[in-house]
Ligand binder design. Structure first.
Ligand SMILES: O=C(O)CCC(=O)C(=O)O
Ligand SMILES: [Fe+2]
Length: 215
């Protein structure tokens, strides 16, 4: 990791650190690459964004969060998290998210063959909020390899991945500023989830960067 000169680091302005442009090359940060098997891979970067709590606070206060509902059997239930969505041409709610997307594209566009363009946000208000097991299989993720990058902000929450056909579950505790990138066949061969927790936790925001059409 490159040492940051204190005078260059303004704690009020989040810093998105650069990623290596090509595998094997070194960026500002250490990437952990994991092969999950079946063509699925992950890239994990701890403390990718510096000043992440500042960014977290600004997003919590300024994003137009909406509560959603979905049908379940014969009832309509509340989706247990708040949502916001920015399409490819929508202005993003914070300049750091545009910077983050540009850094991700410098690294992953060659792998993906197209750019990450949309930005989805989830807010987990407390430990009762969660996302159930699923793959992002709407769009090309259902049939082709894709990339979904997640920036985690605020509370540390557990992120789980398991193979669809059965097998061991991978667990990652994602802290504020961490980046987790799911690639290859991950959306169709694995499922991921953020389970509820009994621990008292402050809110967490996740920011998902995806190609157009993938959800
Ligand atoms: O909050 C997260 O880290 C995961 C969110 C997610 O899987 C989704 O929105 O599809
Ligand atoms: Fe997902």
């Amino acid at each position: 990791m490159v040492a940051l000169q204190p005078s260059l680091f303004d704690p009020d302005r989040p810093v998105v650190r650069s990623l290596a442009a090509r595998p094997g090359e070194r960026g500002d940060v250490e990437e952990t690459r994991l092969d999950l098997g079946q063509g699925a891979w992950l890239v994990l970067v701890r403390s990718w964004v510096l000043g992440a709590d500042q960014l977290f606070g600004e997003l919590l206060d300024t994003v137009p969060w909406r509560a959603a509902e979905r049908p379940m059997y014969d009832r309509v239930v509340a989706v247990p998290r708040l949502l916001a969505w920015y399409g490819a041409s929508d202005p993003l709610p914070h300049p750091a998210l545009a910077e983050a997307r540009a850094v991700l594209n410098a690294r992953f566009r060659p792998v993906l063959g197209e750019a990450l363009r949309t930005v989805g946000l989830c807010c987990y208000r407390d430990g009762r909020d969660s996302v159930a097991w699923h793959g992002d299989t709407i769009g090309r993720g259902a049939t082709e390899d894709t990339v979904v990058a997640i920036l985690s902000l605020g509370a540390t929450r557990r992120f789980l991945l398991r193979p669809r056909g059965g097998g061991a579950t991978w667990r990652f505790d994602l802290a504020s500023g961490d980046l987790l990138v799911m690639g290859g066949s991950c959306q169709r061969t694995f499922e991921h989830a953020v389970p509820k927790t009994q621990r008292p936790v402050r809110p967490r925001i996740s920011v998902q960067f995806r190609p157009v059409g993938v959800r």
